[in-house]
Design a protein around this ligand. Structure first.
Ligand code: CUA
Length: 158
């Protein structure tokens, strides 16, 4: 079969373009898009409850760190553990969270805390609670029928 010279050029050009775009899509999907920036550490989904620090959800005072407390959460459909915590006003807190099942959100309304919790990954966010009052932790990733029921509260006390 004889292919005209120009047809051949365009065919090669078309294939090259296709390969180029597939590479771009592939690279961004597998190397950049798969992991949210705050999820660098991993955790065994099957054993979340027995692994540090998720075996002790809640607020714990820490020593020798740049933050005063760690606040650990384990999310699952459709709740957070703990349901409620009290944090002293002005405390610098490292929030450490993960999920036992599907993707959940972790947004603290009225603050800049907003994380995505992915199975197998640890999400972290360090912040200072400098406003007193009650703050609602809500799930902002659709996770199933109980999605809208999923919440927890953080009370910042003086
Ligand atoms: Cu959990 Cu939506």
């Amino acid at each position: 079969m004889h292919i005209h010279k120009f047809e051949k050029i365009w065919l090669v050009f078309g294939i090259a373009t296709l390969v180029f775009f597939l590479t771009v899509v592939g690279v961004s999907a597998f190397y950049l898009g798969n992991q949210p920036p705050s999820c660098l550490a991993t955790v065994d989904v099957e054993k979340v409850d027995t692994q540090e620090p998720f075996n002790k959800p809640g607020l714990t005072k820490v020593e020798g760190k740049e933050w005063d407390y760690q606040l650990v959460y384990v999310a699952s459909a459709f709740s957070y553990n703990p349901m409620k915590v009290e944090v002293p006003l002005g405390a610098k807190v490292k929030v450490i969270a993960t999920t036992k099942d599907v993707i959940h959100g972790f947004e603290v309304a009225g603050t800049n805390i907003n994380m995505m919790l992915e199975p197998g990954y640890v999400s972290e966010f360090t912040t200072t609670f400098d406003k007193p009052g009650e703050f609602l932790v809500v799930c902002n990733e659709y996770c199933g029928t109980g999605h809208h029921l999923m919440y927890s509260t953080i009370e910042v006390i003086e």
